[in-house]
Design a binder for this molecule. Structure first.
Ligand code: PBG
Length: 338
């Protein structure tokens, strides 16, 4: 294809587009997408104990950490200039109601104390859901009301608000509800406001798909559902893409400060749609566990070059419109960019 602007000199084949690519410095100069450490959030898994650093077999380089070992990771995240960390709690004991999630001495409270002691200024986000805490592994309160065991949306809402206040009191800087309950953002906002945390932002997992790419995470958090699946509340990948816009619109109306699309790479079209519709709303994308493990596995076999594949993938997520990326590669990327 010829450059619509045409070659400057007739007969000379270098078009303007090629000229911009010729020198590495010019390529850098005209870059639009620039990754930076400060836009990256590192997920961390924490469980009770001391001195515990247990590697997650399907996610090499990621660990279940006790609070004291979490502190080391948080310190590194701060030193590398990451945007923040997001904490996932794995309680000592999972039970029918997920009681640890509502305890002021539960795993997330312990983790926040350790994280804040390690790096007071680092942004610490907490994932807010029940699936990590319940023995059934569902994201809310089970109910048989419809004759089919499912999650009771409205019964879950006050519990999410309560959990948010527990996180806020323990020192969370931002709350990230991931359970895809309708009305969760509004319920959490009211709960936080009533408890005096009007300043605390909510980053909602607004358009979260029922994805097979969460497989390794469920090993990491030991949160695979024990019955059924999550398809009644997480989004259907085959649904009209505009349904993601409806989900985001509802979250914004309820008070979400940052919205999220999850997973990232198979949903770049959704990221683009949300970005274009609300260019002024900060948009996060979650580069999920399965996206991580696929590349790790291929790289371990020498089939892919991890660094360049990761940088290219994260560039694509940004180019699609994400401002913030939650990624298990956050520390590596910070080092690569430095
Ligand atoms: C909990 C939650 C999940 C992830 C983040 N929060 C799993 C799920 O919905 O099953 C997945 C993250 C990942 O795969 O990296 N609701």
């Amino acid at each position: 294809m010829s450059d619509p602007q045409g070659p400057i000199e007739p007969g000379f084949p270098t078009t303007r587009l090629r000229r911009l690519r010729y020198h590495p410095a010019t390529r850098r100069l005209v870059r639009r997408t620039r990754l930076s450490a400060e836009q990256l959030i590192l997920p961390l898994f924490v469980r009770p104990g001391r001195g515990l650093r247990r590697e997650i077999s399907s996610m090499p380089g990621n660990f279940q950490l006790s609070p004291d070992r979490l502190a080391e990771e948080v310190g590194q995240a701060a030193e590398l200039g990451l945007g923040g960390v997001i904490l996932f709690g794995i309680p000592e004991k999972k039970d029918a109601t997920g009681s640890d999630a509502l305890s002021s001495s539960g795993i997330i409270a312990q983790a926040l104390e350790a994280a804040k002691a390690a790096a007071a200024d680092l942004l610490v986000v907490t994932d807010l859901c029940f699936c990590e805490y319940t023995d059934h592994g569902q994201c809310g309160v089970p109910s048989d009301a419809t004759g089919r065991t499912d999650v009771d949306n409205d019964a879950t809402l006050p519990l999410l608000a309560e959990q948010a206040v527990v996180h806020a009191r323990a020192g969370a800087d931002m709350i990230a509800p991931s359970g895809m309950m309708d009305g969760m953002v509004g319920a959490i906002r009211r709960g936080l406001d009533e408890a005096g945390f009007t300043h605390l932002p909510i980053m909602s997992y607004s358009a979260k798909y029922a994805s097979s790419f969460y497989g390794p995470f469920r090993e990491a958090a030991e949160s695979a559902p024990q019955w059924g699946d999550r398809r009644s509340y997480q989004m259907d990948p085959t649904a009209a893409a505009e349904q993601a816009l409806r989900e985001v619109e509802l979250d914004l109306a309820e008070g979400a400060d940052i919205v999220m699309v999850k997973p990232a790479l198979a949903y770049l079209d959704i990221i683009r749609l949300v970005h274009d519709r609300w260019p002024g709303v900060p948009l996060a994308a979650y580069n999920v566990s399965g996206e991580f493990s696929m590349v790790k596995a291929a790289a371990a076999r020498g089939w892919l070059d991890e660094k360049s594949v990761v940088l290219e993938s994260l560039t694509a997520i940004c180019r699609a419109g994400a401002d913030i990326i939650i990624t298990y590669w956050a520390k590596d990327v910070a080092r690569w960019l430095a």
